[in-house]
Write a protein that binds this ligand. Structure first.
Ligand code: URA
Length: 433
């Protein structure tokens, strides 16, 4: 089989066979498919889409590009959650510590920043020493000891996703139902799960901006789950504005710590608990949703989740004190309102792009992330703003980045004179198989 012929076939809009897709994915791992060829494939896949059988073939080939966990000796039901990508989305960082005390085990393989969205891996790597490259034995040990681990996709775990993820990120080939399905599901199917919860983002900061597209992605993921009999719940949530106040890796760790200590933004709490409740529900250990909710809320509000977070950080080698000292003197830049009024709209993709401009994400393969960089959004949709009041604070180690970033951020926060504002509903829908 010639890779160039396969690429031409996809570019001309024809569907590939399962054998062709498996050959292509094997080629990524065995170095007979170059990054340039991968980029050509991804562009054609984005333009023409992948049909149901191409998506399934790609998902399973990517899963099989590395090892598969066997956690059959772990007694607790193994449930994970994955987001389709958001801005200020630190939910996993609160969710996992809640689940550590909720009677389930969470073997979480997370992603890095993708497109304008942030990634849990980058956020946790802003903690000095935090090991996100766990091997199989370390994953098992942590799952037994803490009921959870958080790791990255590694050269052993779904390596084909690692290669394609990076290339999609820097070639603008992210927004594709088939590619997102294969990327997320290939990682999750490595984890030997009993159930999976997806946070399906929709709205102006999501890859699937309108609800119809998000439903298409949900159907595609449910189809793969049904192929292998995986229990799945899909929570549709709004990305019409960033979650909470912080956007950027270390800033989001700080917001997580504050939230776990009780100073939590209502939207962060609502979505965290909704997803935690859905994970417990998917596990089958309790089917009384009100009871599940009350228990999860208690774990969060009593400070137990905070203790669990600290335990997880310590177990994975992280040192919050060193990180805190490292980021103490990060240069800041305040953005003030020119008018009196109310925040009526936030261009959430632009907020994510501002984060990348400041250094919180990558613009190219070899870019190093500035973990200190990001945005503190002081005002959210519906909030009253006075002229000259600070609406956001920018952070970056390199202060020459502030001018352009400030200009784009200011343009992205719309302030209206009157208070007739439509506040977007955070939780939109809930599907399950
Ligand atoms: N998260 C992933 O892991 N992959 C995607 O394609 C989007 C979000």
């Amino acid at each position: 089989m010639l890779i160039s012929e396969l690429l031409k076939k996809k570019r001309e809009g024809y569907s590939l066979t399962g054998e062709e897709i498996r050959y292509f994915i094997r080629g990524l791992i065995n170095n007979y498919v170059s990054d340039i060829q991968a980029a050509a494939f991804l562009t054609s896949a984005c333009i023409h889409g992948l049909n149901r059988s191409e998506t399934a073939a790609m998902t399973f080939a990517m899963r099989d590009s590395g090892i598969k966990f066997d956690f059959s000796d772990i007694k607790l039901p193994k449930i994970d959650k994955h987001s389709t990508g958001g801005v200020g989305d630190k939910i996993s960082l609160l969710l996992v510590p809640i689940c550590m005390s909720a009677g389930i085990a969470v073997p979480m393989i997370s992603g890095r920043g993708l497109g304008h969205t942030g990634g849990t891996v980058d956020k946790l790597e802003s903690i000095t020493g935090f090991n996100m490259q766990l091997d199989y034995d370390e994953c098992r040990k942590l799952l037994l000891q803490n009921n959870a681990f958080m790791t990255s996709q590694t050269p052993q775990i779904a390596p084909a996703d690692g290669i394609l993820y990076h290339i999609r990120d820097i070639t603008g080939n992210v927004e594709s139902v088939g590619l997102i399905t294969a990327s997320i599901m290939s990682k999750k199917l490595v984890e030997d799960l009993d159930g999976l919860v997806i946070d399906m983002k929709t709205g102006n900061g999501a890859f699937m901006q309108d609800i119809a597209e998000a439903k298409q992605l949900a159907e595609s993921m449910l189809a793969v789950a049904s192929d292998i009999g995986l229990k799945m719940r899909i929570i549709f949530s709004s990305m019409e504005q960033p979650l909470g106040n912080a956007i950027g890796n270390w800033l989001e760790i700080e917001e997580t710590i504050e939230s776990l200590k009780g100073n939590i933004h209502p939207d962060v709490e609502e979505l965290t608990l909704k997803l935690a409740d859905s994970m417990v529900l998917a596990s089958g250990i309790n089917d009384d949703i009100e009871d599940i909710h009350a228990r999860n809320k208690e774990i969060l509000r009593s400070g137990q989740a905070y203790k669990n977070f600290l335990k997880m950080v310590e177990s994975q080698g992280g040192n919050l004190e060193i990180s805190r000292n490292n980021f103490l003197n990060t240069p800041k830049f305040e953005i003030k309102s020119d008018v009196d009024g109310y925040v009526s709209q936030v261009d959430t993709i632009n907020v994510g792009i501002v984060g990348i401009m400041l250094g919180a994400g990558r613009q190219n393969v070899y870019d190093k992330i500035d973990y200190a960089a990001g945005i503190e959004l002081r005002k959210k949709i519906g909030d009253k703003v006075a002229k000259d009041e600070t609406i956001a604070v920018l952070y970056a180690s390199d202060s020459t980045k502030f001018a352009d970033a400030a200009e784009l951020l200011k343009y992205s926060i719309v302030i209206k004179e009157n208070d007739e504002i439509l506040i977007p509903k955070l939780i939109i829908d809930d599907w399950y198989n």
